[in-house]
Design a protein around this ligand. Sequence first.
Ligand code: PLP
Length: 404
Amino acid sequence: MQQLANDLIGTESRLGAHNYKPLDVVLSRGLGVYVWDVDGNRYLDCLSAYSAVNQGHCHPKILEAMVEQASKLTLTSRAFRNDQLALFYEELAALTGSHKILPMNSGAEAVESAIKTVRKWGYEVKGVPENRAEIIVCSDNFHGRTIAIVGFSTDPDARGGFGPFPSGFRTVRFGDAEAVEAAMNENTVAVLLEPIQGEAGVIIPPAGYLRRVRELCSARNVVMILDEIQTGLGRTGKLLAEEHEGVEADVTLIGKALSGGFYPVSAVLSNSEVLGVLKPGQHGSTFGGNPLACAVARAAMRVLVEEGMIENAAVQGDYFKEQLAGIRSNLVREVRGRGLMLAVELHPEAGGARRYCEALRARGVLAKDTHDHTIRIAPPLVITREQVDWALEQFDAVLTGLPQ
Ligand SMILES: *Cc1c(COP(=O)(O)O)cnc(C)c1O
């Protein structure tokens, strides 16, 4: 059986672009917090496809909705209407308190859509002179992989070699509200940021930061855009991470777990003034708002709420973090996170996070190294206390160097 995994890895390596360096585990099945490889080994998934499977792998109710809809109608394009879109809008608006919704597919598309929309809002509503709109973004951001988005990334791997890039972005240090204020001028249309930076290594800004940015945006007639594609939909123990600071963004971006990992579904949420600038023909997507996506997302939202996953993320996350912080290991520099969005940052002398992720894998835990020294931990939100305890035993063993 080992042979099958090796063959598949060999074929991938021969035919695929090498834009990822995955752990060499070939998965063929998933259920809840667990995934199984082609050799039948079981793993506890502590990545959740970057928080796209918050509801757990192959959630039966989402699966049922998907199969049912797939056998009825999958795609109409927006040239015609379908009977799922209105219900998706209604349920998403009720869940998030939004007034207008733009359905897209990937997270990057939601970000691109927001950028286009706030620029147009800037010209038509705020009165910014044509082609002068500026958007303030943060250092170490991650918003996706399109040209406009990587153009304002500060990660050399993400942007290097891909220019030229669109202009109109100003970068300030993440977590520094004064820098946001200093970067604002009469042409500023929006501030775009992640409430907690996920890809940067689960970086939580200082308390009060989002509130201060909110005040600045309100005072200067600037749209506050929160990219909650990773932090949203329960990951941090609240529906949206903005709730931890009691703020409300003007534009909120969600994706990933909006479909529970079944299908790419994203959305731009806003008030009527901002999304209201889009008129027929000015923006679109063949697959955006398709009935299959809508039916899957409706089920994914429903189980998130009905099955108490958001509350569970808060409870298990607090416990997981506290217990991780209690592991006595001289490898660990810091344990941080909110809800089930956690990270263990190792000292540079530990020799890099990758080898600890390999060691965890050998013990049945799949976690992801990020930026050399950080292990990211983000299990599905359905994880139980017993499963957290079992995962903790494996982290303890790996971080205290017990023989495997
Ligand atoms: C994953 C992610 C994106 C991009 O989503 P894709 O679906 O991969 O395009 C954007 N922003 C944040 C914060 C993300 O975590």
